[in-house]
Design a protein around this ligand. Structure first.
Ligand code: PEP
Ligand code: MN
Length: 372
């Protein structure tokens, strides 16, 4: 490396007689370039040190070592900078080095377009998610056979291919209806078989993954469990597609990290579901994050759908939200549908009855798309 100016021990121009400001400025810029070269050289050594540390299992950041380096620098300081300035400048350099180490470790996510390429499809039962928009409909909770039969028959007539219904309900209140459990799974599965519908239901616990996977065509991970990393991994290993809902206060980065947990188990069969996030607004249960749909479509190759029912928490704006979601790039819409919402055991206020649901399909153009 060729160093000029002060760093190479060259005589300082400042001592030369008749030095001009222009010359001093040029000298300063030469020193800047020397500093840059030294900093870059230092960074390359840091990267080499990272490789050695990784090989030997030594942590990237050792605070005592940083302290020792700072002490030695301060001891060597002959001015004109005060010790505190030397300390501050070098701390900044150390900080930048640590950031370099950490950015080296942070991989591009597998679920990102940057590493995974173009959009893929997911198969739930015989249904493709990621092509033409699909509809997933059904009650909030499986309540009894008659309820499910009524919904299943109508979905079949309307050409809606995917039936939902909770058997294990993650309810905010421990006193609220918790679902029928195993019996609910059986009713859901039988209804799906009777009407040729693929079925999706939530799994709330690692211990239930196997059971739910035996009964359902896709495992739903609910909003409250998006941060349950054990559950994400277990679901990813179950051999069934995973419908992952966004946490109610999860950033998109966190949502994609959650999806990454599932995909790291060796499956690409993951559907992301935007279901509204908590905001200060009180007129809706949550706020449908339309930007999230557009951003996720840009950032990941996983299909993205929108659950408009849990976003809105009310019925009247569901067609508008479904249209907005589709316009933003959603590849499917989830809607809660109940034969008699007024007596539903959960989420009564947001479930559409079957005629309202049919009108939503017409208002959104989704009925045509689901015609067999
Ligand atoms: C559901 O879809 O049944 C549900 C509980 O939704 P979320 O997890 O999005 O609240
Ligand atoms: Mn619900």
């Amino acid at each position: 490396m060729v160093l000029g100016g002060a760093l190479a021990g060259a005589p300082l121009l400042v001592h030369a007689p008749h030095v001009t400001l222009e010359e001093l400025r040029e000298e300063l810029q030469r020193i800047n370039l020397d500093l840059l070269e030294l900093l870059s050289r230092r960074a390359r050594v840091v990267e080499q040190a990272r490789a050695v540390k990784e090989r030997d299992g030594i942590p990237a950041h050792v605070p005592e070592r940083e302290q020792a380096m700072l002490d030695a620098l301060v001891a060597a300081n002959r001015g004109p900078f005060p010790d505190e300035t030397v300390r501050r400048l070098f701390k900044e350099i150390f900080h930048a080095s640590l950031a370099l180490l950490e950015s080296g470790r942070r991989q591009t996510l597998k679920v990102s377009r940057a590493s995974g390429g173009s959009a893929r499809t997911v198969r739930i039962g015989g249904v493709t998610i990621g092509g033409e928009p699909v509809v997933i409909a059904g009650p909030c909770a499986v309540e009894d056979e008659a309820q499910m039969d009524t919904v299943g028959r109508r979905l079949h007539e309307l050409g809606v291919p995917l039936l939902r219904g909770g058997a294990f309900k993650a309810r905010s209140s421990p006193y609220a209806f918790q679902g029928l459990g195993r019996r609910g799974l059986e009713i859901l599965r039988d209804t799906g078989r009777r009407y040729g519908l693929a079925v999706v239901t939530e799994v709330t616990d690692t211990r239930l993954v196997e059971l739910v996977a035996e009964h359902a065509d896709a495992l739903q991970i609910g909003s409250r469990n998006m941060h349950n990393y054990e559950l994400l991994c277990e679901a990813g290993r179950a051999g069934k597609p995973v419908l992952l809902k966004r946490g109610l206060a999860a950033t998109l980065e966190e949502f994609l990290w959650a999806a990454e947990y599932v995909v790291l188990q060796g499956t690409e069969q993951v559907v992301l579901c935007e279901r509204g996030i908590r905001t200060f607004e009180t007129q809706t249960r949550n706020t449908l994050d339309v930007s999230a749909i557009a951003l996720l479509r840009e950032q990941t190759w996983l299909p993205v759908i929108a659950d408009v029912s849990h976003a809105a928490g009310r019925k009247d704006i569901l067609p508008a939200l479904a249209r907005a979601a589709l316009a933003a790039g959603a590849q499917g819409v989830m809607v809660e549908v109940h034969p008699c919402p007024a007596v539903a055991r959960s989420d009564a206020q947001q479930q559409l009855d079957l005629d309202e649901f049919e009108r939503l399909l017409d208002a959104t153009g989704l009925r045509r798309r689901n015609d067999p």
